[in-house]
Design a protein around this ligand. Structure first.
Ligand SMILES: Cc1ncc(COP(=O)(O)O)c(C=O)c1O
Length: 363
């Protein structure tokens, strides 16, 4: 595995080498069946065991309360931008939902919801190019809304909600795609949480939706069958053919998280990794952090070079040093290091050393 680079891709992102090796080892013959996990029926008992194991591990790792369902939904995170309003808006007599706009994905979610109801933006940080999480309070939340939507980690801008807002009696719904299971969270604060698999859970194309049971079963009458969360709940997410390979990889990813000591242990390492990079940025005039310090993400570290003309050289030389996919999103420019659970400490240390050396030579 010596040819593996340190992969800072925002997503699909690197997965742990141990997980990739396990998948490789059993790819042709899944646990003595003589067939690959992608060649067996999603209705057979061996595959059922995979989904059951995912449920069990999610509950155990996250402490998800028993009145929350785990649903594995097609279409990744953005499909939930449609499914959430279609399933939840009928709860509001005024067909209303509240959105906090903290980045591009938050905005896409809000725009999609506008197709279905009366959407209000209660807080936004767009005027400062989403470099912070806005202050919000329960007074910003109309209590006749069906739900409040937020993006907990802003993948492009490198910000995250350090704490979650009080929304009174209105259920809080969070897109946690770029930080799911990277820190300990009390899920009872939320009506629903969802995340595309492709960063901390496995391959792309599927989303984990963890939803309070009493919120399920209210979908608009014209909701497509495969966007109705009740259909997922009633069929153990297998009304039709689930993405079997993604579920198998999810199981391996969850087992790996457990082997690492669980989410509290991962959170500790994640904080250590982020600190290493923020310290380099904060001890230098050569690098400029993009996010306001109080809003900084632990998963996504974004920065610019004070001399932007050097950004291309930085990226070229980083790649020559085995540091891949550090180019910032075009909305922010500069550099973005996505350091999800699978990024080892040594990868972050190698990047920090490279940054210091690049500054020494070019500063
Ligand atoms: C916070 C957030 N939401 C939504 C998405 C879109 O996910 P998908 O491509 O699975 O629809 C992403 C992808 O990076 C993301 O980071």
């Amino acid at each position: 595995m010596s040819s593996r680079i340190f992969n800072f891709s925002a997503g699909p992102a690197m997965l742990p080498t141990a997980v990739m090796e396990k998948a490789q080892q059993e790819f042709l013959d899944y646990r003595g069946m003589g067939a690959s996990v992608i060649e067996i029926s999603h209705r057979c008992k061996e595959f059922d065991q995979i989904v059951d194991r995912c449920d069990e591990l999610i509950r155990e790792l996250s402490g998800l309360p028993s009145n929350y369902q785990m649903l594995y939904v097609h279409g990744g995170a953005r499909m939930q931008f449609s499914a959430i309003p279609m399933n939840l808006l009928p709860r509001s007599p005024s067909n209303k939902a509240i959105y906090f706009e903290t980045g591009n994905f938050a905005k896409l979610a809000r725009k999609e919801a506008e197709k279905f109801g009366n959407i209000k933006i209660a807080a936004s940080s767009e005027t400062t190019n989403f470099d912070r999480i806005p202050e919000v309070s329960v007074a910003d939340v109309d209590q006749d809304a069906a739900y409040v939507h937020m993006t907990s980690n802003n993948t492009i801008y490198g910000t995250r909600w350090q704490q979650f807002p009080d929304t009174g009696n209105v259920p809080l719904v969070a897109d946690m795609t770029s930080e799911i299971f990277s820190r300990v969270i009390d899920y009872s604060q939320f009506g629903a949480v969802y995340a595309g698999f492709q960063k901390n859970l496995g391959p792309s194309g599927v989303a984990l939706v963890m939803m309070r049971e009493d919120l399920i079963g209210n979908a608009m009458p014209h909701t497509p069958t495969l966007l109705d969360y009740k259909v997922y709940m009633d069929n153990h997410s297998m009304a039709n053919t689930i993405n079997t390979f993604a579920m198998y990889m999810l199981m391996l990813m969850l087992e790996w998280k457990k082997e690492q000591g669980g989410i509290a242990a991962l959170e500790k390492i994640n904080e250590q990794k982020a600190k290493i990079l923020y310290e380099v940025i904060d001890h230098s005039d050569f690098y400029l952090g993009s996010a306001q310090p109080a809003s900084r993400s632990v998963m996504t570290v974004t920065f610019n070079l004070a001399n932007n003309d050097l950004a291309g050289k930085f990226l070229t030389e980083a790649l020559e040093n085995g540091l891949y996919a550090l180019k910032g999103h075009r909305a922010v420019g500069g550099i973005r290091a996505s350091i999800y659970n699978a990024m080892p400490l040594v990868g972050v240390q190698t990047l920090a050393d490279f940054m210091k050396e690049f500054e020494r030579v070019n500063g």
